[in-house]
Design a protein around this ligand. Sequence first.
Ligand code: FES
Length: 311
Amino acid sequence: MLTAEQNELLTRVGPGTPCGEMMRRYWQPIAAVSELTGPKWNKRVRLLGEDLVLYRDKQGRMGLITEQCPHRRASFAYGIPTDDGIRCPYHGWEFGHQGQCLSQPNEPEKSSFKTKVKTPAYSVEEMGGMFWAYMGPAESKPLLPRIDGFVTDGTIRMLGRTLIPVNWLQIMENSLDPIHTEWLHGHTYEFIKEQRGQSQKVAISTRHEKIAFREFEHGITKHRLLAGHSEDGDDWKIGHPVVFPNTLSVGNGDETSRYYAFQIRVPADDTHTLHLWYTAYVPPKGVKVAPELLDKVHVYDVCSSDLQRWN
Ligand code: FES
């Protein structure tokens, strides 16, 4: 059981907090590429306790900037894209992708005031049909984690998401609790169905004979052996990697057909977490799939009013 102090340490994610600074050293998925196509060129993002705006400039490059303009705090969600960044809707100050003020249309022509104005801005890169943000120090920026499920070509990609009013650790620790699947997703689910007169047995209610946890280079693998299953099965032999700090990775299949699945718990702030479930499915060889369905993330939101507000 965590103490109150340990809980604070691990769940406060704002700027300057130990956990927040740790989280800022990792790339976080913030939006689907398919959301920002055509006329839609920006969206609000709440990430690690900061209100931001993700945008595409007129050259097609992505930027991520603090939502409020440093001048009079107007919102860049109502801004204007430029060739090199974004312009504030209120007095037209323009900011580049590194947050530097580039122009102030109503200052005297020779004024150097713009060189003294800067606002927080962060790196954005694209992978697996999603935009990812890095908010840590530039000198510590790692490469995007090019895990095969995000970069395998010829896949059908789905992104589900919902915003949950809990801190990121409350969801993440669930990924290291194998037994709950047998009960919550198994017996409890069956009981609810039974009460509705819809008797339904689910495979996951099978008893766990053994569970185990093993540390590996990038986190912990979780292993389960269900009654009647072999120790040579993937669930026991390979397990499900919980990739530090906030991703559960699950997959299955072989050379003919396989899928990759990730559950990523992106801390929006101290008390809200954007829960993403991302699946990349490799269709069986010989099965024809319409080209427009491939390698593009199809988004479905399980809506909460907060999620709508941030969209
Ligand atoms: S509030 Fe943004 S330029 Fe004035």
